[in-house]
Design a protein around this ligand. Structure first.
Ligand code: GDG
Length: 461
């Protein structure tokens, strides 16, 4: 069995802890089974430009990390990755802030990481690169003589050609991807967007077997929808501690219905629209006043970027104004928590909520939707409301699918979810649970790695 080498911006958890998310668990399993290596930025910045790599051993797995300079962090991470690629891929061209020095920093860090990874590789290794921070890593590795199989998985959406064309270095980005042997996307829509760009703007060819040809190279571009570790999340929602949390929640909320949302505080997640929709629910359906609470958990991320500060202000203002307008001495309509909550508490919160509200304006997949389904009691399940612009909607069609820009549509869906008969809730949940279980984290990892290794055998044949 070949050794798996994962490269990502940050190295996530490794041990099978109940706080580790699906991605960390799925990748962790692959690494443990193959005695693998995970390489990434260590999260620190330094004045020292030596990019010294540190190693640590965790059972059969090696973790290798390196620091970045302050200049790299600003240009590569805060700049090109999170003020160009993230907003553009989430269709927020108004928030794209392109600077040449950001792009230079991005190329520089990809090159520095390639130096480190190239020196760590063994001849039979299989390299799996994660996400938008590292579009050009394979091209840099190839330039250093690396011939091993290299795959790439994009966790965020691949935008439609019209949007991508607005990014000044769009051709460079797409060309970079052709140094990978397999390019994985979350959804079929992403694959179609990529193919359209190749055929309409590069003059490339779309071939059978998910192959694409351009820039004198051929590669595979296919959807591998990411999933979660369903059993472990479901188990977390049914521990005695979880039941205790649910009971406490109900006591405190005087048995009112709960609508729950859990998202990093990011402008792609549609949080202001969601709060406005909750206000609209109270306006359109006055019988819901004093009967339902929206619990929104939104831990902070990327606070050094202005757009994230702005969204925080907007949400605080909105939740305050809804509570001021509708709240009573014993009812706070919106409970907004701008902190990280432990994973086991989240599982309990999902199970204890009648409605799970997942309404991003754009999302690669959205694992919260899958976690909400996994956490439900099959005999008395809650209802998932899901944005049509979350990758998860391609699969989870038994959810109540909404347009996240349409406040009234979300409000009506909340009313529908809160009053849905038990038989319909069970039927929808059963179908959703089956899909979440089928496309779980293990399935995602195995199908990607199969594509990457099978393709190697085809080439040798
Ligand atoms: C990217 C793509 C794609 C959230 N708040 C807390 C917390 N979380 C956990 C959730 C879930 C994860 O974080 C978020 O995953 P999502 O998929 O919803 O979104 P992104 O972070 O934007 O992830 C996305 C994903 O990559 C995987 O490919 O689906 O489209 O944007 O697991 O439960 N966890 C804890 N406390 C919190 O307060 N412990």
């Amino acid at each position: 069995m070949s050794r798996i080498v994962i490269v990502s911006n940050r190295v996530a958890y490794l041990e099978k802890s109940n706080q580790a998310g699906g991605l960390a668990v799925a990748l962790g399993d692959a690494l443990r089974d193959s005695g693998g290596l995970w390489f990434g930025w260590d999260g620190t910045t330094t004045d020292d430009e030596s990019y010294e790599v540190s190693h640590s051993k965790h059972g059969s797995v090696t973790i290798a990390t390196m620091p970045l300079t302050e200049k790299d962090y600003k240009a590569y991470y805060l700049g090109f990755a999170n003020q160009v690629l993230w907003p553009a891929c989430h269709y927020r061209l108004d928030l794209v802030n392109f600077e040449t020095n950001y792009f230079d920093g991005y190329k520089r860090v990809n090159a520095k990481m390639a130096d480190a990874v190239a020196s760590l590789l063994k001849p039979d290794d299989i390299v799996w690169v994660q996400d938008y921070h590292l579009f050009s890593l394979a091209a840099e590795l190839r330039a250093r003589g690396v011939t091993q199989r290299i795959g790439f998985f994009l966790h965020i959406p691949f935008p439609s050609p019209g949007v991508l064309l607005a990014v000044p270095v769009h051709q460079w980005l797409v060309k970079s991807l052709f140094s990978y042997d397999v390019i994985g996307f979350q959804t079929h829509t992403d694959v179609v967007n990529f193919q359209s760009f190749i055929s309409e703007h590069i003059g490339g060819e779309i071939l059978p077997g998910d192959r694409v040809r351009a820039f004198g190279r051929e590669t595979i571009a296919r959807a591998f929808p990411i999933g979660i570790d369903v059993e472990s999340f479901a188990d977390m929602a049914t521990t005695p501690e979880a039941s205790d949390i649910i009971q406490r929640l109900n006591r405190r909320n005087l048995a009112r219905a709960h609508v729950v949302g859990v998202d990093r505080l990011d402008y792609s997640k549609g949080l202001p629209e969601r709060m406005k929709a909750f206000r609209r629910l109270l306006e359109l359906y006055p019988d819901k006043q004093n009967k339902v609470t929206l619990m929104q958990i939104a831990p902070p991320t990327r606070e050094a970027i202005v757009a994230y500060y702005d969204i925080r202000e907007e949400l605080e203002q909105l939740s305050g104004s809804i509570n001021g307008e509708y709240g009573s001495f014993d009812w706070t309509p919106v409970r907004y928590i701008h902190r990280n909550v432990s994973r086991d508490k989240l599982a309990a919160l999902f199970r204890g909520s009648e409605v799970g509200l997942v309404t991003p304006l754009r999302d690669g997949m959205n694992l919260v939707a899958k976690e909400y389904v996994a956490a439900q009691d099959a005999d008395n399940p809650g209802v998932l409301i899901l944005s049509r612009f979350a990758g998860a909607a391609e699969d989870l069609e038994e959810a109540l699918i909404v347009n996240p820009y349409d406040i009234d549509d979300i409000a009506h869906a909340m009313e529908q979810g809160l009053s849905m008969p038990i038989q319909e809730r069970r039927e929808r949940h059963k179908a959703l649970y089956e899909r979440v279980r089928k496309n779980d984290a293990t399935h995602w990892r195995e199908s990607f790695l199969n594509a990457l290794t099978l393709n190697a055998e085809e080439v040798l044949a």
